[in-house]
Design a protein around this ligand. Structure first.
Ligand code: TC6
Length: 712
């Protein structure tokens, strides 16, 4: 609702709809009623609109989208029309986050005030829509088309000070916002409102709009990676040079197009899923969940290993204000890490944050920390050695977490006397940037330990997802079949750039080969050597070239590494790189290597379509997701989707692999394609459809119904 009160001649409308004061139907109704009441009351000479509690309205009520409530009158446009055309001055007083429809409400008002900490923006593009309550028409009239395009297509929030310099807010106020807003409203009473209406202004430099759009088009399309909302936003902004009503009509038309696309619900699903993962539960025992398990308080963290991961994790922890003891046995590496951490922390807070960091070369210095995150090499023997030491030196209640990307948590826990306090915390590189934290519970991990790892994720700004223990956990396990198919495609006729192009056109920031070059082709190689699948000099003795343990195997990645082509760091991998450049250039040497390999093993080169590349790489990945759900490794399909959205660059506008499978491809079609491919390649085990997928197609039912994501 919106609470109505008067303070002398000022009517105050306070939106009260926790948690973010979104414009649910009852709020819209209360605002229209309040405005009418204020208009009618001769004693009222001005109106203040603000939000109660933590924020100015953060936009439309996204939960209403697609339901009758969203279109129930009055809609948001009618509310904003009532504000714009009000005869008495309307002042929006902003604190917290004025987003989407909330920011549009502020733009429809005659004056805008903000507290210094306020942020504002139009993030609709992230929900697959556009600012459809006049945002694409009013904002360019204030800031110009170029800035409006930048703000709307990025969805970024801006701070109050920037809003002031852009002419969006009229004044930044310190102190009590209500008092300041009322006093400001009184000061403008009696002044004509006509020239305060943004809707009546014209866009600055309107004649240059097409030029500006043309200049921005390429970058926007590249960044959009197949999402249709960004360019549609631009089309709406382009219409702001028309008279206001005509521009609004164009905005409405484009909004309807986006609202009815398949991408908008996918992005809204992604929005809620990102939040839903916080409501975790044990997949096989729903009694263990976020409500029943209480986290321990974590004030200090030990990090073992100051390599790339340990460094990133340390930066992340320091940024969140935690005390860190970073242990590294190699002094040179430790010093290097400290320097990098210092450089990475923002200038403003570096010295304060660095004062929270203690370095150590001796395990005994970890004795008092609340949790230790081990980030040493991905080697079971080494990890066991570290955990034995940690178990011996840390206080009994200390939680021991491993940043393994796929090793068995139970095996690690077994070397300690506290397996209940051992948990996996799989960070993604660069750990201070990537938002995903894949938390793994072992067979004996206690609910309290799991809750602590999940809470630590929240504290350090991660999107934490809880999963079960299996080789590769959820993310890397699913990725296995994707990378395997990618190299099989090379055998059959594709070139690395063909595969990468198709996957990038689907929406990934990088295809598997460019990604391999970025992270280092030797990472996978070392893993395969550790597993005995290959050696540094070629296949293990008496091993068939194209099979390992009964499964198809492509040795091309091993051959690449044996040539010293370890990716960008060696200037050559699947591609070649000019000195100092990260641009992947197709390399005749690699193409020849693949060609020779095909000849040697009797592969006949054929032309492979982009569609086949996408299906061959992504369908088995999704298929593995079904196995994972079936085995109870992930509790809900949304957990898998969030892992892929935040850790693997899966395009957000498709909702994530499981959402995409069900709502875009369709389970029946997915099954049919997997059956076709598995008939063609009977020795590619990952193409065999999962029993769960078969069952769902046979019996019906939805992925959401499999888990506990009842809200979606
Ligand atoms: C014609 C129409 C044109 C207009 C279109 C729009 O305005 S489109 C909208 C444009 N606006 C946006 O896109 C803004 C989207 N919102 C945000 O960016 C952030 O929520 C925040 C910055 C406002 C607060 O961040 P924070 O980290 O402090 O908090 P948090 O993120 O954890 O959220 C707390 C709870 O509130 C829930 N919830 C949040 N917003 C909405 C909503 N609009 N609706 C419904 N619910 C919403 C959220 O799900 C969560 O629920 P849970 O899981 O506790 O049950």
């Amino acid at each position: 609702m919106a609470e109505y009160s008067t303070l002398g001649s000022v009517a105050v409308l306070q939106v009260n709809n926790p948690p973010v004061n979104s414009f649910s139907h009852h709020v819209r109704q209360a605002l229209v009623d309040g405005l009418e009441r204020a208009q009618r009351d001769p004693a009222v000479r001005s109106i203040v609109i603000m939000g109660k509690g933590r924020t100015f309205p953060a936009g439309a009520d996204i939960r209403e989208f697609g339901s009758g409530a969203a279109v129930k009158m009055p809609n948001l446009l009618m509310v904003l029309q009532a504000v714009d055309t009000c005869q008495k001055p309307v002042v929006s007083a902003i604190h917290g986050t004025a987003l989407g429809g909330g920011f549009e409400l502020a733009l429809a008002s005659h004056y805008r005030l903000a507290v210094p900490s306020a942020r504002m923006g139009l993030p609709e593009v992230h929900l697959g829509i556009l600012p459809g309550a006049g945002g694409t028409q009013r904002l360019p009239r204030v800031v110009g088309v170029k800035t409006a395009i930048q703000m709307i297509t990025s969805g970024q929030h801006i701070k109050a000070q920037q809003a002031l310099s852009l002419g969006i807010v009229d004044k930044i106020v310190q102190g009590d916002l209500l008092k300041e807003a009322v006093s400001f409203a009184r000061s403008v009473e009696g002044r004509p409102v006509e020239d305060r209406r943004i809707s009546q202004k014209t866009v600055p430099e309107a004649d240059k709009v097409d030029e500006v759009v043309e200049a921005a088009r390429k970058t926007i399309l590249r960044k959009a990676r197949g999402a249709i909302a960004p360019m549609t936003c631009v089309q709406a902004i382009q219409a702001s040079v028309l008279p206001f009503e005509a521009g609004m009509a164009r905005e409405a038309e484009l909004m309807a197009f986006l609202m009815t696309s398949w991408q908008a619900p996918a992005q809204q699903y992604a929005f809620f899923s990102e939040r839903e993962v916080r409501r975790w539960s044990h997949p096989r025992d729903k009694r263990i969940n976020f409500k029943t398990a209480k986290p321990r308080v974590v004030k200090s963290v030990g990090v073992v290993g100051a390599g790339t991961m340990g460094m990133g994790i340390t930066i992340n922890l320091l940024q969140a204000g935690l005390k860190v003891v970073m242990l590294e046995v190699n002094k040179k590496q430790l010093d290097k890490a400290v320097n990098t951490i210092k450089k990475t922390l923002s200038q403003k807070s570096a010295s304060q944050k660095m004062s929270q960091l203690t370095t150590a070369m001796d395990y005994s210095q970890l004795r008092d920390v609340d949790i230790v995150i081990e980030a040493v090499f991905e080697n079971m023997r080494l990890k066991k050695e570290v955990f034995r030491k940690l178990d011996a030196v840390t206080k009994p209640q200390t939680i021991l977490a491993s940043n393994t990307s796929g090793l068995n948590i139970d095996e690690i826990a077994a070397v300690t006397k506290r397996p209940d306090k051992v948990v996996g915390t799989h960070f993604f590189a660069p750990a201070n940037v990537m938002r995903l934290l894949e938390n793994i519970y072992g067979r004996q991990t206690s609910p309290e330990t799991v809750a602590t790892a999940m809470q630590l994720g929240v504290t350090i700004g991660k999107v934490g997802v809880l999963v079960g223990n299996c080789p590769g956990f959820v993310g890397n396990r699913m990725l296995g079949s994707y990378t395997a198919e990618a190299v099989f495609l090379l055998e059959e006729g594709a070139e690395p750039q063909d595969v990468d192009r198709a996957i990038e056109e689907f929406g990934f920031p990088m295809g598997p080969f460019r990604m391999g070059d970025l992270s280092g082709t030797d990472i996978g190689w070392k893993g395969r050597i550790a597993k005995g699948l290959t050696t540094e000099h070629g296949p293990p003795p008496a091993t068939p070239a194209l099979y390992r343990r009964g499964n198809r195997y492509c040795p091309l990645p091993d051959m690449l590494c044996m040539k010293g082509r370890l990716g960008q760091k060696t200037g050559a991998g699947w591609y070649r790189y000019e000195p100092g450049s990260r641009t992947a250039l197709p390399d005749p040497v690699v193409l020849q290597m693949i060609q020779d390999y095909r000849q040697e093993h009797g592969f006949k080169k054929r032309t492979i379509s982009s569609q086949e590349i996408v299906e061959r790489c992504l369908y088995p990945l999704i298929n593995e997701g079904f196995h994972i759900l079936d085995e109870g490794i992930a509790a809900r399909s949304l957990d898998i989707d969030v892992i892929y959205l935040f850790g693997y660059g899966w395009p957000r506008h498709t909702g994530g692999p499981m959402y995409y499978a069900e709502r875009v491809i369709g389970l029946e079609k997915l099954l049919c394609s997997l059956e076709t491919y598995s008939a063609r390649y009977p020795d590619h085990a990952h193409l065999q459809p999962s029993p769960l997928l078969r069952n769902m197609v046979a019996k019906g039912g939805s992925l959401a119904a499999l888990g506990t994501d009842s809200k979606l």
